[in-house]
Design a protein around this ligand. Structure first.
Ligand code: TPP
Ligand code: SF4
Length: 287
């Protein structure tokens, strides 16, 4: 991979050369060998090298799940938080520290089930940050329960015969709710995913990338995804209604940018005029 020179004028850093290694914590991932999340980790490292900001300008926020372990494997700032609440934390960080590059990562259970409400409102708020979901259509960490994106007829010991429910369509929900950039990537194509990550970071507003990332332990059939994915033939629409309809008609294996919007991002909150001491005084018991 090629190295990238940091733009010193923009980032006020001494001139230095970044490589993917600079973004690695060196900790060995505990993921199952062959888990798709390895490809997403590689893509994030490569994407951040291309983007050109140093690790100390980047914050990775996650919830709980195999995929949510990712911030521990990178040498950026990180926040491994509570199940389904990562976007709320990320929103607070970005609004108070707009100078930082804020990226949220997690799984389909974390983001679309327990965190579904935060997902919808993060799209609606349109804060300038990136959300990467590693979708394996299962709860990997808790041993294979169906998730919101699981196919209705997926047969398993825990849900014999399948759950029979229509899967959640995260891309259509994101576009309809107001996300400004919506794309689908594949963990088996880390270079293509790295390009999507750079584009998502740089596009103003809330950028959402749904990544097909196989769970080879509980969904070994997902190894076939590599034969099913293909570049999207859908046109990139500025029209939310048309883009939502196109995404709904897609079979879920088209890769690339599927929607770019033109909404202005929410502005950062002004610096607080009140100190922590002031707040403590105000809330002191018996004051
Ligand atoms: C409040 C709460 N409820 C449930 C759990 C149990 N739990 C941990 S991870 C997880 C699901 C993770 O699935 P997903 O987000 O799809 O990530 P994956 O492990 O597949 O990467 C659940 C239900 C929890 N940790 N906290
Ligand atoms: S259980 Fe599935 S999602 Fe979790 S590390 Fe293993 S392959 Fe990856």
């Amino acid at each position: 991979m090629s190295d990238t020179l940091i733009d010193t004028a923009a980032h006020e850093q001494p001139l230095c050369v970044l490589s993917a290694k600079d973004f690695s914590s060196g900790a060995h991932p505990v993921w199952c060998p062959g888990c798709g999340d390895f490809g997403v980790l590689a893509a994030l490292e490569r994407g951040l090298v291309k983007h050109g900001r140093p690790p100390h300008d980047v914050v990775l926020v996650s919830g709980i799940g195999c995929s949510s372990r990712l911030p521990g494997y990178m040498r950026t700032y990180g926040f491994h938080g509570v199940h389904g609440r990562a976007l709320a934390v990320a929103t607070g960080i970005k609004l108070t520290r707009p100078d930082l590059e804020v990226i949220t990562v997690g799984g389909d259970g974390d983001g679309y089930s327990i965190g579904g409400n935060h997902f919808i409102h993060a799209c609606r708020r349109n804060v300038d940050m990136l959300y990467v979901v590693m979708d394996n259509r299962v709860y990997g960490m808790t041993k294979g329960q169906p998730s919101p994106t699981t196919e209705p007829d997926w047969d398993s010991d825990i849900a014999p015969g399948g759950i029979g429910l229509r899967p959640f369509n995260p891309l259509a929900v994101a576009i309809a709710a107001g996300a400004n950039f919506v794309a689908r990537g594949f963990s088996g194509d880390p270079n293509g995913l790295a390009d999507l990550i750079v584009e998502g970071i740089r596009w103003p507003g809330f950028a959402f990338i749904e990544v097909l990332s196989p769970c080879i332990t509980f969904r070994p059939e997902q190894k076939q995804w590599k034969t099913m994915v293909r570049p999207a033939t859908l046109s990139v629409e500025q029209d939310r209604a048309a883009a939502t309809a196109l995404v709904l008609a897609d079979d879920g294996y088209s890769l690339g940018v599927l929607y770019r919007g033109e909404r202005a991002p929410v502005a950062a909150v002004p610096k607080p005029q009140i100190s922590v001491d002031d707040i403590e005084r105000e809330f002191a018991l018996g004051a």
